[in-house]
Design a protein. Sequence first.
Length: 499
Amino acid sequence: MRIGIGGIAHETNAFSPVSTKLESFERREYAEGQAIIDKHTGVRSYIGGMIAEAGERGADPIAILYANAVPSGKIAKSALETLRDRLIDGLLAAHRTAPLDGIVLALHGAGAAEGYPDIEGEILRAVREVFGPVLPIGVVLDLHGNISEEMAEYADVLIGVKGYPHVDMFEAGRTAFGLICDMVETGSRPYMRLVRLPFLFAPGKGLTIEGPACDIRQRLLRAEQGDEDLIYGTFFHGFPFADVPIAGASVVTVARTREAADRYAGEISEYVWNRRADFDCRVIMPAEAMDKAMQYAEGPVIINESSDNSGGGSPNDATWLLREMLERNLPATAFSHICDPEVVRQAVQAGVGGRISCLLGGKTDRLHGDPIRLEDAYVKTISDGRAVCLSPMGKGSMMDIGLTVRLQIGNVDVVVSTQRAQEMDKRPFEIVGIDVTELRIIGLKSTHHFRAWWKDHSVAIVPCDPPGVHCSDLSQFQFMYIDKTYYPFNKEREWHFEV
C-alpha cells in the first residue's frame, strides 16, 4: 500500500508586519523525499505519527514535500503557488512510478496567501483535480484551523488535534493515516460533517486543560468512547487574526454512519455555542502580572507574554514585559527570548565578557513597544541556538532560534536571538547556561504551548497580554474581511444547528 505524504503548513496573521516568502518556509522547515522521513521518524509531529502508523500497517509512506514556516503575515502569491505546484508535481511523479493508493497531508487550516484566502482549500482542490474523486485523501490540521466547505468537499477526512497545547499532533497524524489505510483496504468511505459556527475567539481563551475548551474536548472524547459509530471529532477553535471570510470556530465529525456524523456534529456545535460567553476575556498588563508573580515566595513563576507569541505571527521583539522586568530589577529573574539580530551581532562582536550599549527590541513597529536603551550590558554567553526539544509537543524535534546571546542587565538575564520562535521548554535558557531551577520569575513569549512542559516545572503561571498582533482583545483590531455579525462582535446573534 503506497500512501503519499507531505504538506504545506502556515498560520497566517494578517496583522503581522513580518512578510512570508518562500525563504520563510526554507528557513524553518523545507524537506523533500527521504529527508522528510529522516527528520520526523521518532518525533512527536504530524508526519512522525504518519510514519509510525505506516510501520504498524505495513504501508509504504511516499514522502513528497513538507514545508512549514513560522507564523507571520500573508504568504506571497508566488510562494504559495510554487509550493503547491512542487507538491502536485511530486505526487504525480510518485504516482507514475507506481500508483498511489491514497494521500495524507499535514496542512494547518489558517493559512492565507495573496489571492488565496484559504490555502488549504486551494491545495486540496489542486490535488483532487489531478487525482480525481476516487483516490482517498486525508488531512491532519491544527486546532486553530478556519475550516471551509472547500476543505470538506475535497478531502475524505479532516482530522484536527484536540489539545492546546498541541500535545496530540503525533496521534492525529496516526489517525489520519490509519483512516486512509482503512479506506484503501475496505473500499468504503466514512461520513464527514462540518458545522461552521458564527463565533470567533482569541487563542488565549483556548486552553484545553482547563476552562470551556477543556469541557468541550472532554465531551468529544466521551462521545468517541461511547459510540463506535463516531470515529473522530474535532472542535476547531479557528484563528481570527487570519482576517479571512472563513475565519471562525467549527466542529467536524467523522463517523461510520451519516446519522452519527450529523448527530454528534449537532450536539457538540450546540454545546459550543451555548458556552460562547465563557470565552470572553480580560487582558492583563505586565505590571499587574509582575505584582501577581511577586506574591509567590518561591519559583520559578512563569509570566507569559501572549500578545507577542511568534507562534501566532507576532514579531517576537515586543518590549512591554521585558521593560517591566528590567525596571523591577528583581534578583533571580530571566527573560527568553527577544528577537533582535542587530543586538546579537553587536554582542558577538564584543565577545563573551564584553559589554555593549544598544537599543534592544521594539524595532518592528510601535504597537509592540519602544526599543529599550541598554547601557553597559554584559555579554555572558554566545550559543548557536540549537537544541533537541524536550516538550511533549514536538519532542525530539530540533529547536533552532539562530545565533543567540545571553545579556546580563542588572539582575535580569535576557536571551536575545536572531530567529523568531515561541518558548516550548527550558532549552532556550539552557543553551546559554541559565539554570531555570534557580530562578524566581521567568518571562517568556508564548500563549499556551509552553505549558506542555512548564506546567510541571513551575510553581505558577501568570499570563499577560499587552498590545500586540496576538492580543486576546479582538476589539483592538481593524478587521477587513471577517463577518462582523459573528459573536462577540454581535452579542445578540442567534444560531441553531440545522441537519
